[in-house]
Design a protein around this ligand. Sequence first.
Ligand SMILES: [Zn+2]
Length: 255
Amino acid sequence: MNTPSNRVLHFLYHELSSVPQAYTYALDKDAFRDQLDLFRQTSVGERIAAKVTFDDGHISNYDIAFPMLADRGMTADFFLTANWIGKRPGYMNWGQVRDMYAAGQQIGAHGWSHKLLTHCNSAELHLELVAARKLLEDELGAPVTSLSFPGGRFNKRILAACVDAGYTSMFTSIPQLTTLPISSLTGRLNVRGDWSLSYIESLLDPEKDVLRGLERQDKLKGLVKRIVGDTLYGWIWSAANREGSSKAASADDRI
Ligand SMILES: [Zn+2]
């Protein structure tokens, strides 16, 4: 039979909430707790392991996710947009980031300003990759060598720039299973707020092969992106995932 114990699926979260949100990737806090409890269960038979990651540094990561993880002795990777910390309303401050790090949570970079890296010239890339890493390292007093791509956007040029900037682990938003130990490029599944616990459980069942359908969808998304262009795709995506087109820009801004 399969030997799935070395296989892991990385889940990507953004915001948690105790009230319903229009944002597709905001998750009810009770749903998140149930998912953590599912992930923590001793692996039964052939089940795929789960790993939790968060992007952007929303305050709910600290207020809601951090205590739930700590209660269960679990850790997650938090990828933070460096220049939002202590500056952008609704996002964490440095004291909170240091608290989480001191408690064993992992901290990675998610750019300086959240600008899509594929849209950056070399000076902008330096800010988004090098300056962001340095600020995080200075504030934490520890090395930061992992990064997730804002908006999930990357290409060969961006990967080379990440390596030059000293990152050794890069995380995408492409749903893929990872075989341990993780390679330098790791796929993640962007969790939607409307997914049921049984659906999440089915993703971890290799017999059901649910992930393969998502991988196909993602390939289709990539094709559409190439046809309509990245900027237009971002606008379409935002309009489809948040009520009200006036909020489109800020929605894309946050993923
Ligand atoms: Zn993001």
